[in-house]
Design a binder for this molecule. Structure first.
Ligand SMILES: Cc1ncc(C[n+]2csc(CCOP(=O)(O)OP(=O)(O)O)c2C)c(N)n1
Ligand SMILES: [Mg+2]
Length: 558
């Protein structure tokens, strides 16, 4: 073996692991890596100007590609800046290999500037967190990190890279990547028991979690849903298109309010969750969302999610795509002619309910289409009608979201990604990552004005890297969701009509000027027609475009 430096070995290990893009923001402790990159032009460095933007960009790339994404951050403050977006990536189960430069180990006892114990900072938000102490360990730890991020349930991992490890030279055996085969088929006895319960169910309901899109199991889930005539809800804060929105059994996203969840579930006798979080709630309530007597079956790649909150009759550890066909066949073989006839009745009834719901939302959107300022529902409807079939939508619309999962197409499993963790600022950079992952598809980001300001630096990266995303800012000049929620408290703010720290109108933020200053073309739209004309221009362009859409700031229920 010839001598190799740690920094060159590290880049070679990344190439072995299939990494093509490095998302990062450099500082002194990353200079060994930046130096090595000078002679490895095949690895593309995508720089973002704040670490929150770096991390969410890599998250969007990982989710939209299904592949491992690589991040390099600048020691303690860089990792700190990335933590909010790391939380979102953890909740989305994004396979990220996150690294940060660390000081030379001979030096850290003196507590030099920027130093902190990095693995301890990252640990609560990653699957595995470690520091590489010797060059000899580098190959083993990089391969372990990549393997761990991609092993089901997928998620972020963290490695701290001291400068002395990267600068050292050694005869190094680089080893090779390992992958845990993901298509785990669930336990046969449990599948048989689940089939028994589902075949006999009189009013079954299905929940499609993000795990369905991740395992590309939409078709397999649809086959079961059609056999059972069961409505399919997306999980409470869905970040993917886990069930095609055009399917007659599609019911949209489950709510986050206990009483509303209960209202849905009391209509059913068996609930089958495929990879869904039961339930992603928003505020405490005395109402128990799961009615007594509802039998729960749960299939998931993550044993933690099975029976996490509610006793579960049958818990199956397995991959949806690998497991559902066997389950569906077992259900089919157990259903009597009468049960099949009842399932067909349910299918027809649910299809009617679904069609009526979509028609009702579309009618409301049409009634609002002529109003000024632009109503969010009318905007969503117009965008939904204008988007091409192959569009990829990145969603962070916050209070403008109601109706979105009915009005915006989300068909194939890579057509839609939404903010999963709730830490805002994700959308702009995630859209850039998604477009880097899927360059052939048009990518549209729908982002609230408040959310956009957390990571607006990401626009510079879109310009710099020529990433043709169309950014639509839903600009109500406020944190409207917080006003809605404060108003609903029916207390001081509602009585005095004072909403502290929720307005973005004085001074108003000039998103057009902001985008242009970062190299991204931008226009403001105050009518629906202008917004849609600009959207079409963006979709047809090979450069990024930001559209600042003035939408209605009204927040009180009418
Ligand atoms: C990192 C982070 N900081 C603060 C919040 C609290 N928060 C939730 S929604 C919101 C306002 C969102 O405003 P905008 O994007 O304009 O959407 P709108 O409510 O107006 O529809 C804030 C500040 C959060 N969720 N995450
Ligand atoms: Mg807003």
């Amino acid at each position: 073996m010839p001598l190799i430096s740690g920094k060159r070995a590290f880049l070679e290990l990344l190439r072995q692991e299939g990494i093509e893009i490095l998302f990062g923001n450099p500082g002194t402790t990353e200079l060994p890596l930046m130096d090595a990159l000078a002679v490895v032009p095949e690895l593309r460095y995508v720089m973002a100007l704040q670490e929150a933007a770096v991390l969410a960009m890599a998250d969007g790339y990982a989710q939209a590609s299904g592949k491992l994404a690589f991040v390099n951050l600048h020691i303690a403050p860089g990792l700190g800046n990335a933590m909010g977006m790391l939380y979102d990536a953890l909740k989305a189960g994004s396979p990220l290999l996150i690294t940060a430069g660390q000081h030379d180990q001979s030096f850290t006892a003196s507590e030099p500037i920027l130093w902190a114990d990095l693995p301890t900072i990252a640990r609560p938000l990653v699957k595995w967190s470690a520091e590489v102490h010797r060059l000899a360990d580098l190959p083993r730890l990089v391969h372990r990190a990549a393997k761990t991020a991609l092993a089901p349930p997928t998620g972020p991992v963290f490695l701290s890279l001291p400068a002395d490890v990267l600068n050292a030279e050694a005869d190094l055996e680089l080893g090779a990547p390992t992958r845990v085969a993901p298509a785990l088929r669930g336990d046969a006895a449990a599948i048989a028991a689940a089939a028994q319960l589902l075949a006999a169910a009189e009013r079954p309901v299905l929940i499609a979690g993000d795990g369905v899109a991740k395992s590309r199991a939409q078709g397999e889930l649809a086959a079961l849903a059609e056999l059972l005539g069961a409505p399919v809800w997306l999980e409470g804060v869905p970040s993917t298109a886990s069930f095609p929105a055009s399917h007659p059994l599609y019911r949209g996203a489950m709510t986050r309010a206990q009483a509303a969840i209960r209202e849905i579930l009391v209509q059913h006798d068996v609930l089958f969750s495929v990879g869904g979080d039961l339930f992603t709630l928003s505020l405490p309530s005395d109402v128990e969302p799961v009615p007594a007597g509802l039998k729960i079956i749960h299939l998931d790649t993550d044993p933690w999610e099975i029976g996490k909150n509610y006793p579960t009759e049958i818990g199956i550890l397995g991959d949806p795509k690998a497991t559902l066909p066997e389950l569906t066949a077992a259900v089919a073989s157990r259903m009597s002619a009468l049960q099949r006839a009842r399932a067909q009745d349910r299918l027809a009834a649910t299809s009617r309910a679904n069609a009526a719901q979509v028609a009702e939302i579309k009618a409301r959107a049409a009634a609002e289409a002529g109003k000024t300022p632009i109503r969010p529902l009318a905007l969503l409807n117009a965008i939904g009608e204008a988007l091409p079939r192959d569009a990829v939508v990145i969603e962070e619309t916050i209070s403008s979201a109601p109706g979105l999962r009915q009005l915006i197409r989300s068909e194939d499993p890579q057509s839609f990604f939404g903010i999963r963790g709730g830490g805002i600022g994700w959308g702009l950079p995630a859209a850039i990552g998604a477009k880097l992952a899927q360059p052939a598809r048009p990518v549209v980001a729908l982002v609230g004005d408040g959310s956009a300001m957390y990571t607006c630096q990401a626009l510079w990266t879109a310009a710099r890297q020529r990433v043709a995303v169309t950014f639509v800012i839903l600009n109500n000049r406020s944190y409207r969701i917080l006003k809605q929620r404060t108003n609903a408290l029916k207390a001081h703010a509602a009585q005095t009509d004072r909403y502290v720290a929720m307005d973005l109108d004085d001074p108003p933020i000039d998103y057009v000027g902001l985008a242009r200053s970062l190299g991204v073309a931008a226009e403001r739209a105050t009518t629906l027609d202008a917004a849609i004309a600009l959207l079409k221009r963006g979709l047809g362009s090979d450069a990024p475009l930001l559209i600042d859409v003035a939408i209605d700031p009204a927040f009180k229920p009418v």
